[in-house]
Design a protein around this ligand. Sequence first.
Ligand SMILES: [Fe+2]
Length: 274
Amino acid sequence: MKLIHLTDTHLTAPGETLYGTSPAQRLRACVASINAEHSDAELCVITGDLAHKGDPKAYTELAEILNGLNMPVQLLIGNHDDRDSVSQQFPQLQRDRYGFVQSTLQSRIGTFIYMDTVRADSHAGAYCEQRQQWLGQQLEQARGDVFLFMHHAPFDSGIPVMDELGIQTEDAQALKMMIQGHGRVRHLFFGHYHRPMHGSWAGCSFSTLRGMNHQIVLDLHNNDHYRFNHEPPTYAIALLSGDSVVVHNHDFMDNSVVFDPSQDPAWADCARPN
Ligand SMILES: [Fe+2]
């Protein structure tokens, strides 16, 4: 199964730029690239921070842009989003009995669980007891392997300024116990960090990637101020099968020249078939 993962679109009011670039223009370029190169993907998941300030007009533009994507799209919310404004624009988004934007999809490769890690009035994340209870039920009912999607990560990234904004410790600990206890969670997709990161936690692999508009500087030392940059935006193509998860990051705005190495004798020797 081919899945597209993108994150942190940070849309502003139509026509407004953010830190000198246009999130909407970049998302349009991203959609064009996905349609041209990966229209065979079965699903696109966007892991939150859909809008920069939760502006209803930003969500309207988001809906218009995503309407051009040749596949179903699943939205999650992040700390920059407004739950009610998102729900108003996208009434098809399911909310659990407590109002959290959470749902489950039974895909042909396993169970996809879309989680809401937003904490009221904070950029940090949370996964409170109500949400844990909901997740427990979903895991209990899940058929086959499980793939989790969320905005914040429940572990430290090693980037100090971002680790202050992860899921609060006791909630993260509870999540870890649930995931380890279940034993069939295969992979965790998340956003929030505006950086590519891959690894494993609680017995499952994880991946995240750059945002659509601006990135967070790779700085594993500084712990007192945020620094952003404009490394190129990325979307990920995840190939999920019964025994592997392969994630490719695509810098879709990179304009490097493509060349054929066959004129290089050293390459030609290596490339000769047996
Ligand atoms: Fe973000």
